[in-house]
Ligand binder design. Sequence first.
Ligand SMILES: *[C@@H]1O[C@H](CO)[C@@H](O)[C@H](O)[C@H]1NC(C)=O
Ligand SMILES: *[C@@H]1O[C@H](CO)[C@@H](O)[C@H](O)[C@H]1NC(C)=O
Length: 542
Amino acid sequence: MQCSFRPSSLVSVVLSTLIILNLLYFFKKFGYINAPVIPIVVSTDASDHVHPDSGPAGAVVAATTVVQWKTITAATTQTVTDKPLPIPPAATDTPGSVRIPNPQLANLPSDYVHDERDEKWCEDRYGPSYLETIAKNARPYCTPSSRSQFDCLHSIMDGESRRDSFCIARNVAFDSGRFHIDCDLRDRTEPDLQGLPFPDQFSPYWYETGPRFIMAQFTQFSPKSAAAFDSQACGSATAKRDDSYKVLIKREGGMNYWHTLMEILSFYFSIDALQMAIDRKTGRPYMSPEDTSKIQVVILDDHKNLAYRDLWSYFSDKPILHISNYTESAATIPCLDNLIIPLPGASNPLWQGDWEPRTCDHSLLVDTVRSRILKHLDISTDRDFKAPVNVTILDRRGSRKLTNARELIHALKAAYPAVHVSVVDMAPLTLREQLDIIVRTDVLVGVHGAGHTHGFFLPPQSSVVEILPDDLAHRGFRNLASLRGLRYFSGHAPMVSKDKNGAKGDWHEEDVAYDKAAFMKLMEAAIQSVAHRGLIDSDADV
Ligand SMILES: *[C@@H]1O[C@H](CO)[C@@H](O)[C@H](O)[C@H]1NC(C)=O
Ligand SMILES: *[C@@H]1O[C@H](CO)[C@@H](O)[C@H](O)[C@H]1NC(C)=O
């Protein structure tokens, strides 16, 4: 039987409402329904889904929507219909809708497996496992009678002996430029500390960054800490306390985009892990999501400029301090509740394996920090898919210039009149201005350099072109592109010696000149890759 009632018929609407109400009454009365009843819109085009025999009620709902009455109980979701369930369209998986588990499913055939070794290697570095492992490896380092608490967390990655560690101290006194942690260290042979580095064994990182150097220069442990602790009366219950979470940041210096971004991400990952790890003393996470608004960054180094200030203040709007503010300001409250010494940039898993091919093709860590940063800077990623392909060429003004850039760009524009080509010197732009260009770029082109860090922020459908000096086999940006799912194209260009005698020097310094035909071939591949993705309304014969 086909639907015999016209959807628009008023009679059918009234009838079916009555039928539904009656059915509900009976279901309820006879115990079929023991929980609140909620209507769930399952489909907006249901004519194929409704059983032809479903009668008047079915006929009505077939008009535009299928409404099913579901009982939601604590453990299961049941459907109160006598008809087979229509398959929910993907749209029901959007946030706020109810997922319908299908209890009739058996296992996926067993050969549907990822390459587990690869997966583990990649997940340990680029997936949530990275944060989970750190959070699981939180350990207290002070004896219970210590007045301060000093707990450290450790990252352990598949196949690596090295450990990266960072710490949170609680109940700390600040005095004469140092944070006094009144902590009698536990015995390093205790079972829960086995296999994890003790604070004096923490890795040193370059530019004297990381907890080991920070502890040596800016903290004081027992027994030397006791005097300051007492003179500030931080042990007393009535002492005035600073309840923020001070985060001690020691930067590498230099303004290199990649280095700075790695430092910032290591800071984010440290805070994220602290929200996951359980403090044994309280049985709760070290930080709640609300606590993150109490974060205050304290810069320990003397490097002049604070690059990407907006990103350092991602968690809270508390002003960023310099350690000298602490030492000098009369407003400093010396008794601190929380002190965090985070992971340094050099420990960042995104910085590992730069010279090796990596097969990891996705990263929830990268995707999350990307959207976190774009949202924080209020950058919209909408793209008009009817607009032409956008090629952005990074114009390096310092070292590693492309000496024949003018000729190459001229040729490119002539060959692709329908493509929008812009040549940008990012150096004078703010990060927000830079990212505004990057999220609208389809093909990012440049000579190997920090500008390729923008691979983090390119749109998902875009491509990266890297022109490397001669024999340089650095794979960092290639690997990053793979983690983002971007297409990557490289070319190698001979270095143009600046040395009058023609001696070639360090690739860091030398300019390159790229053969025009080679460049056009490279750009052809990259532009086609974008045109071929189908998202952009562009023909392949651009
Ligand atoms: C901290 O000190 C620096 C100079 O050392 C000063 O410019 C800045 O305003 C101070 N910040 C606060 C919040 O007091
Ligand atoms: C292409 O780039 C230009 C300049 O950055 C920008 O104005 C334009 O909106 C971009 N096109 C798309 C489709 O995003």
